[in-house]
Design a protein around this ligand. Sequence first.
Ligand code: 6PG
Length: 251
Amino acid sequence: MNRKIKILEDSESLARFAAEEIITRAGEAIAAHGFFSLCLSGGSTPRILHRLLAGDPDLRQRMPWSQTYFFFGDERFVPHNHEDSNYRMACETLFVPAEIPDDHVVAIPTQPQEPAAAAREYERKIRTFFESRGLLRNGIARFDLILLGMGPDGHTASLFPDSEALYKSVPWVTDNWVEKFQTHRITLTFPVLNNAATVMFLVAGQDKATVLKEVLSGQGDPLYPCMRVDPEQGDLIWAIDKAAASAIKAS
Ligand code: 6PG
C-alpha cells in the first residue's frame, strides 16, 4: 500500500487539494496514454470539488477537459433526473458548468432497466472503453483516478457493511440491495477499485471522525468496507478535513 494522508483545514481547502491532485494525475495519465479516466464519487462531499474545478478560472484553465473521460463509482437506482441521482449532481455541479460533452461521460444506467441488467450494461460500457484503449491490468479495467467517499458506517461507493456486493469478485459492476435504505444501488466492486492507478478518498465532517480513526489505524472493524480499498499497484490518498480528522488528532 502506497498511502498518503492529507489533513486540510476545511471542506474548501479539501476541495482545492483534491482539484490539484486531479490535475496532476490527469497530466501524468495523458503523458502516459493520451487520456485521463476519472471515476467520480457520489454523495455530497464532491459538490464543492466539482464547483471549484468548473468555476475557479485558474483550475478550469489547467484541467485537461478534452482528454478527460468521466465515470461513476456508484449510483442510486433512481432516474437520472431524480434529486438523489449522482449523475444529476455531477451534471449540475460539473458537467454543465464545465461544458463537458456527453461523449466524455459514461453514466451508470438505471430505471427503467432492472438493477442487474443496468449493472451488466455499465460493465459493458467500461469494458468497451478500456479494452479499446488497451488499458487493462490483469484483465481488469485500470482507472487512472477513482474518487471515493466514506459513509459514517465505513461504506464506500455503494459497498455497504453486510451487503452482498462485498463478496462479489467476478463482475466489475454489480447491483447491490442496501437493506438500511431499502433500495438498490449499482456499484463498482473491489477488484476494480483496487486495480486503479490512484484512489483518492475525500472525507469531511465530524460525523466521520470515529470510524475514520479506526479505518486509518488499521484496527477498525474489517467489516468497514472502505478498509478493503488498497490499490495493488497504485497510490491511495486520504484527503480529510480537520473535522473528520478530529478523533485522529485526539489520539
Ligand atoms: C453515494 C456515494 C457514497 C458516498 C458516501 C459519503 O452514492 O452516496 O458514493 O459512497 O461517497 O456515502 O457521502 P457524503 O459525501 O454525502 O458524506
